[in-house]
Design a protein around this ligand. Structure first.
Ligand SMILES: O=C(O)CCC(=O)C(=O)O
Length: 262
């Protein structure tokens, strides 16, 4: 799949870069991710965290400047995601200037100089990793960054092979071109796409070997299914923006901004 700039009217808006990282590099990133997770989880479980419960019942804890998001319905505690995360590991932090990532992101975004917006580890553990319903990343980021949230592109690095069974991402080609999608007002977070008013029937599900990278903008409509398989589906997401803008962590979340969006 080639990387076509977002402003090109023919673009699907996303591209898969198969095996961008080799097996040894991918394994090293996986080890760095697990080491960070072990450190942060240890602190959360020993009560050094600030807890928030979202309107949909999901529990989030802030530890060491990162937000740890627990899987909602498990017997034992399982981490769903950790964000931002690259600042907690030199190996992960080095990826912001890795040319194999920055070149395709520059091309998709149409900006020469890139800076970090935010980063996240999604763990999607075997048998328990839960679904991400249809959404755009944009509304959440808009509450913090305002219109600058349009200029964010994510590079999602697959630390494990990704299959339909372990919760591959599905994306609606070209959906970013329609801008912010109508949101489901009946849903408690107010952040999800209303699929009664947004076409998702043309969605494409992307399977890929470990070490592959999927690049996509914050306005693309996407989701992922639960992980019903026996293998983890871990991914590291680096969200880039034009250089010189403040990162997400420095911007206050202003829920009332959602009123600007459909
Ligand atoms: O990891 C996934 O399956 C979903 C990724 C995603 O949509 C997100 O983190 O917002």
């Amino acid at each position: 799949m080639s990387v076509t700039p977002l402003h090109d009217p023919q673009t699907r808006g996303f591209a898969l870069l198969p095996r961008l990282f080799d097996a040894a590099e991918t394994a090293a990133l996986g080890e760095a991710a697990e080491a960070v997770l072990a450190r942060v989880t240890e602190r959360a479980l020993h009560g050094q965290a600030e807890v928030t419960v979202w309107p949909d019942g999901h529990r989030l804890e802030r530890v060491d400047g990162a937000t740890l998001h627990w899987e909602p319905n498990t017997d034992a505690p399982v981490v769903r995601s950790l964000s931002p995360v690259t600042q907690l590991s030199a190996a992960l932090d080095a990826l912001w200037t890795e040319p194999r990532l920055t070149a395709p992101v520059r091309r998709l975004l149409g900006h020469d100089r890139l800076g970090p917006f935010t980063s996240k580890l999604n763990f999607k553990r075997a048998g328990v990793g839960s679904a991400f319903p249809w959404h755009q990343d944009f509304p959440y980021w808009y509450c913090c960054a305002g219109p600058a949230a349009r200029d964010v592109v994510t590079a999602m690095i697959y630390l494990d092979e990704v299959t339909v069974a372990n919760g591959a991402l599905s994306l609606v080609p070209g959906s970013h071109r329609a801008g912010p999608a109508p949101r489901d007002r009946a849903e408690p977070t107010g952040l999800l796409v209303d699929t009664a008013r947004t076409g998702v029937s043309g969605a494409v599900t992307v399977e890929a070997p470990a070490g592959s990278v999927l690049v996509f903008p914050g306005l693309i409509v996407h989701r992922s299914a639960p992980n019903t398989s026996g293998t983890d589906r871990r991914s590291l997401l680096l969200c880039f923006q034009p250089a010189g803008r403040p990162p997400l962590a420095e911007l206050p979340y202003r829920h009332e901004r959602l009123a600007d969006l459909p």
